[in-house]
Design a protein around this ligand. Structure first.
Ligand code: SAM
Length: 236
């Protein structure tokens, strides 16, 4: 049988789904939040199948395309967490040079099978967003979707945002969630349950970020999703 990108990906997903699930991940061993280490084995294998057809996924892609259309071509980009590398078609069209970092090697392996290497090249790096192995101001643009408000506790989200701002020299595109006006704080230790937009905006400003554009997307329960493009101002 001819090997197509589709059946190569399908075989890989089957293999990952059937792996032994008893070995704790590095992040679990270090005692981090359960959600950070969960994207492996069957959860990684089913990631695309469960999400890639949904309207919110499509809307997020559309918004990223709109935001990066305002930026120069050929930037060096860090997409973290890279997941399945879902934005490679957009990056390839801008001739971006891409580093894809994720704490899950399963997700990075899927990203490699999901994106044709002759058209969509990227450097895959296993790493933790709260402790980046990259120098200050060493990347033109950092992109972070479905992470800061979805996965991390408030304290670790702030830690990760500080790291992302430290390593960018120019731009960040962040998907965040904030507590809607007039809503009670929620039960979970997540940005969207705890912090309003003015509180998050003040935090971003304290890191010398100037917001160029912000677009609200879907909202759920007490929180609102938002995606922003910001520029890092030089420190006076
Ligand atoms: C919901 S997925 C989002 C992936 C991708 N950004 C997207 O929009 O589809 C969350 C990802 O965060 C990764 N992750 C969790 N904790 C992490 C950490 N501390 N540092 C880097 N990646 C992390 C997971 O492995 C998973 O791939």
């Amino acid at each position: 049988m001819k090997t197509t990108p589709y059946n190569r990906l399908t075989r890989l997903l089957r293999r990952i789904a059937s792996r032994n699930k008893t070995t704790p991940t590095a992040s679990k061993k270090k005692g981090k939040d359960r959600k950070e280490g969960k994207y492996r084995d069957i959860i990684a294998a089913e990631y695309l199948q469960k999400r890639a057809h949904l309207p919110d996924w499509h809307e997020e892609t559309l918004i990223l395309g709109h935001l990066i259309s305002q930026l120069p071509n050929q930037l060096e980009v860090l997409d973290i967490p890279f997941g399945t590398g879902r934005f490679m078609p957009l990056y390839a069209s801008k001739l971006f040079r891409v580093k894809g970092m994720d704490i899950s090697s399963d997700m990075l392996e899927i990203a490699q099978a999901y994106n044709r290497p002759d058209i969509a090249k990227f450097q895959a790096i296993t790493g933790d967003a709260t402790d980046l192995p990259l120098a200050d101001s060493s990347i033109d643009l950092v992109v972070s979707y479905r992470f800061l408000g979805y996965i991390l506790t408030v304290e670790r989200a702030k830690l990760a945002i500080r790291e992302l701002v430290r390593i960018t020299r120019s731009y960040v595109i962040l998907q965040l969630q904030y507590l809607k006006d007039g809503e009670q704080t929620g039960q979970q230790d997540k940005l969207g349950d705890k912090l309003t937009w003015p509180e998050q905006e003040e935090f971003l400003k304290s890191l010398n970020l100037e917001i160029m554009e912000r677009i609200d997307t879907f909202s759920k329960d007490q929180y609102q999703n938002t995606i922003l493009l910001a520029r890092k101002s030089p420190i006076n």
